[in-house]
Ligand binder design. Sequence first.
Ligand code: HEM
Length: 222
Amino acid sequence: MSAAEAGTGLLVRRGVTLALALGIWFTPVPAGLTREAWHLFAIFASAIVSVILAAFPLLTAAMLAVAAVNTTVAALPRAVAWCADSRLWAAAADDRTRPVLVDELLRVLAPVPLLSRVAAAAATVGGCPVRPGDRLALVAKHAADEHRSDPDCVRPAPPHIAQLVFGVGTHACPGARLARAQVADTLRALAPYRPVVRRARADRRSALPGWAALVVTAGGPR
Ligand code: HEM
């Protein structure tokens, strides 16, 4: 195959991926889903297709796919299980408390528990001296006070603390709004059924926290 043909092939594959993403994105949102949930699906589906077609460097496609996996594996099922175990469905059903509950759940779940950094300059972090080039593993769970307080819709953590599970600075998560909307949607849809956890098994081999198996069933009157 000539270089020109290879270049054309790549363009076609990228075009197909982009067309799929835009096609889903601008298709009328199916009943029962919010616009944000539908857009997340567009990103996820096109990331998978781009890997299959080798349309983008693996890293680019993988980054988007991992972003979607953060939400679907490490956030959504764990938020549902926490709501069920702590009987938080009344707060999940209420339009006024749901956004606060979502922030609080994401804070304690910390779907991306560790952030890695390389120190650019000498500094002090939490009282420890850091030299340029030092590798740091920042524990998002602890930064967001997960180990000290459960989700609390009456006295939630201040936004600058809750935000820490999405990172800070120039590399803070650009998908945070989308992820919050996705969790809120899921809780709103499930709340009337008051689900309870029937079976749960943690996935101990996964890099992200998640369930290998989670079975929930409707638990109370609608
Ligand atoms: C609950 C779900 C999610 C969590 C907890 C999460 C968390 C994070 C965290 C902690 C970072 C690194 C921030 C840093 O290093 O300071 C990050 C980066 C990123 N996230 Fe998310 N994320 C989620 C969902 C998403 C979604 C749905 C998307 C895309 C639609 C997304 C796109 C990205 C991208 C592109 C980056 C890299 C940003 C950069 O390096 O400049 N994330 N995310």
